[in-house]
Design a protein around this ligand. Structure first.
Ligand code: PEP
Ligand code: MN
Length: 338
């Protein structure tokens, strides 16, 4: 339920509503309202009538139900677009965020070299995996803390904030010492214990869509994070499994307008994992900007042919720079900058 306070409601009246919500066993979430205080009361549906009866309080304007199961993620509770701030970068505003870098951090020369070239081309966030979710246990699993240290070094040299993936709640504290954005990969989208953990931290979370998950399931996963108190969630569509084998995944570009109609959270597109082949990445990146994505995640490697992971879908720095130039007029045409 959403409790909308009257514009002139004093703080004590807001405190009283918060107390009643807590006493009933619900969780109050204060939402940003331009003129009025709005409080979302989130619970399991029991004692709903006691929340509804708060409409009779002097300073309460109305109590309205939240129809969607993803209460805090829904546009019903937060009509305005959320903008997520990471150091001096904003995700969800007019400027399209570009997260670029290798699939895996492989060594100092590689990550620093790629970081410098993507920055030069106009990317504003550096990506790189230090803990890698691999299909085979014999494949490269990532450099772990050594990789995180190299990402930190790359940030120090370029000023680019970093995004890296957490696979296991056990590594979260360590990863948070280094990273600016914590990535939850497609395979962990419904790892509810991991979602609960990242709901408790004060860092933006990049939540990738699961390989075989519906948009509503994806938004319910975002809800786990918001319900824990962390409202800084960025959604990332990275392709889903279909019968098609010509591409690694089927990139669901329709997810952008659909998700934007349902939630206030920013949505970005990953055309690298979405297609699996560098040859298609540029065209899908352009389509993503045209369809209204708030950002892109693109894999870039200085020597894709010898990359430890995902070389086939990685752009060389020069191709990435050309793509950035080609994206600018498209961004302008849809009222954005890149
Ligand atoms: C990645 O970003 O390198 C990655 C493993 O992504 P996904 O979870 O989308 O497969
Ligand atoms: Mn990858």
């Amino acid at each position: 339920m959403i409790v909308v306070m009257k514009p002139e409601a004093p703080q004590e009246a807001v405190d009283e509503v918060v107390k009643i919500i807590k006493d009933i066993g619900y969780t109050p979430h204060l939402l940003a309202g331009e003129i009025q205080t709005v409080i979302a009361a989130v619970g399991d549906g029991r004692e709903k009538s006691r929340i509804e009866s708060m409409e009779s309080l002097k300073h309460v304007e109305k109590v309205v139900p939240i129809l969607k199961p993803y209460k805090l993620t829904s546009r019903e509770t937060t009509p305005a677009d959320s903008i997520i701030k990471v150091r001096d970068v904003e995700i969800g505003g007019k400027h399209i965020a570009v997260m670029a870098g290798p699939c895996s951090v492989e060594g100092e020369d590689q990550i620093i070299g790629v970081a410098k070239s993507v920055k030069e081309a106009g990317a504003n966030i550096l990506r790189g995996g230090a803990f890698k979710p691999r299909t085979s246990p014999y494949s490269f699993q990532g450099m772990a803390e050594d990789g995180l240290k190299l990402l930190e070094k790359a940030r120090n040299e370029t000023g680019l904030p970093i995004v890296t993936e957490v696979l296991n709640p056990r590594d979260l504290e360590l990863i948070c010492k280094y990273t600016d954005i914590v990535q939850i990969g497609a395979r962990n989208m419904q790892n509810f214990s991991l979602l609960k953990e990242v709901g408790l931290i004060d860092k933006p979370i990049l939540l990738k869509r699961g390989l075989a998950n519906t948009i509503d399931e994806w938004l319910m996963s975002a809800e786990y994070i918001l319900a824990g108190g962390n409202r800084q969630v960025i959604l990332c569509e990275r392709g889903i499994r279909t019968f098609e084998t010509a591409t690694r995944n089927t990139l669901d570009l329709s997810a952008v307008p659909v998700v934007k109609s349902k939630t206030h959270l920013p949505v970005i597109i990953d055309p690298s994992h979405g297609t699996g082949y560098w040859q298609y990445v540029g065209d899908l990146a352009k389509a993503a900007v045209a369809v209204g994505a708030d950002g892109l995640m693109i894999e870039v490697h200085n020597q894709p042919e010898i990359a430890f992971s995902d070389g086939a879908q990685s752009l060389k720095p020069k191709k990435f720079a050309t793509l950035m130039d080609e994206l600018r007029p498209i961004a302008k045409a849809v009222g954005r900058t890149i």
